[in-house]
Ligand binder design. Sequence first.
Ligand code: MRU
Length: 347
Amino acid sequence: MTTLPQTLRWSAGELYLLDQTKLPLEVIEEKQESVEQVWDSIKQLKVRGAPAIGVAGAYGLLVAIREKTAMNLKDYSQEVEKKAAYLDTARPTAVNLKWALNRMLNSTKTFSGNGSRGLYKHLEEEAIRIHEEDVQLCLKMGINAVLLIKEGMGVLTHCNAGALATTGIGTATAPMYLAHQNGVQFRVYADETRPLLQGARLTSWELNKAGLDVTLLTDNMAAHIMSQGLIDMVITGTDRVAANGDVANKIGTHGLAILAKHFGIPFYVACPYSTIDLNTAEGSEIVIEERKAEEVTHFGLRRTAPEEIKVCNPAFDVTPNELVTGLITEKGIIRAPFGENLRKEYL
Ligand code: MRU
């Protein structure tokens, strides 16, 4: 497979993030010097996408504690907890951040070795495991869903649930990359994804670079191209799947799911287990991140709305489970009844 963009890397105790706010015009890696910088990179969407912020959070915790190993073990463990709680506040909707930080905290609790330096090494191993596991989860989702994509199909996706949203071949894009590798000819339609243009800047960039046939459209064109018979399937990613199968994803996903139902088009959502949150009973309990008004009142740096206009800017919405055809997971494709089937697989 063509080399895909590397979202982040951990090298010699340093965290490097590909600054996604600059893509596709500039491909620049940024070294993370402090935990505050990592927090800010997550908040500003320099690193974004649920699985990627989980991995970045785990490494970010190492950045927070790497220079504090002179502390005694008890104080050091408390420092780990404090910094994990801080990093968790960067973004509320994607459960992967909390999931990865909880894994790091559990690893702290089960540490039976000696000294703070030992604990740091132990946590570094856990962060690397989280990272390597993410790569494998993407591959498994791809393998489990590759046969959904058939010759001549049009597949619509929203936002970026690609390599850039993970550390592997993406979630929604995983079956696309594998189908392409298998020589299947199909077209991908990428929603632009207002206001931050993840579809235009990121999805169309990475798929195009990898040689897939990708067509960019603005979000308000989806109904029209569906009505023209160009779309055979929708695949999106998700930031959190509730226990009943309701799915939070980038704002606009719910609308697409309603359209897909209207046109009789299957609507799939790809998610590793790290995105499935059985502690959240249903979608209405998921905290939806509200972002700053400038993302809507401006296009790039240029103001496109009147001064002092009231703005709403929820970054995500919740698609009710009845609109979801199937959840593409590392264990296979999970279908309704979602509550029962998710419990069977993940409890
Ligand atoms: O605000 P973003 O760019 O982090 O939103 C990302 C999405 O909505 C993705 O679809 C989701 O995180 C799944 S990524 C595999």
